[in-house]
Design a protein around this ligand. Structure first.
Ligand code: IPE
Ligand code: IPE
Ligand code: MG
Length: 230
């Protein structure tokens, strides 16, 4: 049905930083640094191919279980990412959006995010959506509560409308690196009809060629949505 058509929205579960580091006898934190560097490369490749929206899973609501030192380093890297990339993001007219429980983030991280979302809110060519302190189940619960507060009837449509991603559409493709084959609470509602692409490549090694291979794989699939082949 959509063979040969580029996806408009791609979700990426950027997994495997820790194993990448351990395999090289480095500390896990080195893996996160390498992973953070890869974000710019892959988002640039995606946007230059004409993909409109990229949603990156950067920190799940379950990742707080990790050692304090690792969590602190991750937020330090995120802060650095937001600070060093904002000029380029604005220059390239990218809307920066962060989805998740922002109130549960360290205050300094939350303040930077809010400011940068405000600064880029009018851009619509491309969207860089970052899932931070995000959980798919919590998102669904929040959407239902919001719909009820607005006096809306609970329907598939009203739930969809109150999800973080409503303006960006559902991801046609979700990529997960590092060989794990699960969603880990990522975009549960939105992925009902997503295509999945799993690769053993660890996130810091997931380069332009790997990304293009995933897109090519997607473009050769038949998506039927319950129908039969046309
Ligand atoms: C993904 O890499 C980054 C985050 C979850 C923040 P991991 O840190 O999960 O790496 P592995 O899965 O332990 O190798
Ligand atoms: C999912 O990876 C979250 C991110 C990539 C940010 P995890 O490494 O936390 O997932 P599990 O624990 O292996 O399912
Ligand atoms: Mg992992």
């Amino acid at each position: 049905m959509s063979k040969g058509v580029l996806p408009t929205h791609v979700g990426i579960i950027m997994d495997g930083n820790g194993r990448w580091a351990v395999r090289q006898n480095k500390k896990r934190t080195e893996g996160h640094k390498a992973g953070a560097k890869n974000v710019e490369l892959i988002t640039n490749v995606a946007f230059s191919m004409g993909i409109k929206t990229i949603t990156l899973f950067a920190f799940s609501s379950e990742n707080w279980k990790r050692p304090k030192e690792e969590v602190e380093l991750l937020f330090g890297l995120l802060k650095k990412y937001f600070k060093t990339h904002i000029k380029k993001i604005i220059k390239n007219k990218i809307k920066l959006n962060v989805m998740g429980d922002l109130e549960g983030l360290p205050e300094d991280v939350r303040e930077i995010i809010k400011k940068q979302m405000e600064e880029t809110k009018d851009f619509n060519d491309h969207v860089l959506n970052i899932a931070l302190n995000y959980g798919g189940r919590a998102e669904i619960v929040k959407a239902v509560k919001t719909a009820l507060e607005k006096g809306e009837e609970i329907t598939e449509e009203s739930i969809s409308k109150n999800l973080y991603t409503y303006d960006f559409g559902e991801p046609e493709l979700i990529i997960r690196t590092s060989g794990e084959k699960r969603l880990s609470n990522f975009m549960l509602y939105q992925s009902a009809y997503s295509e999945f692409y799993f690769t053993d490549v660890l996130w810091p090694d997931f380069n332009e060629e790997c990304f293009k291979k995933a897109i090519d794989d997607y473009m050769n699939r038949d998506r039927r949505f319950g129908n039969i082949n046309a």
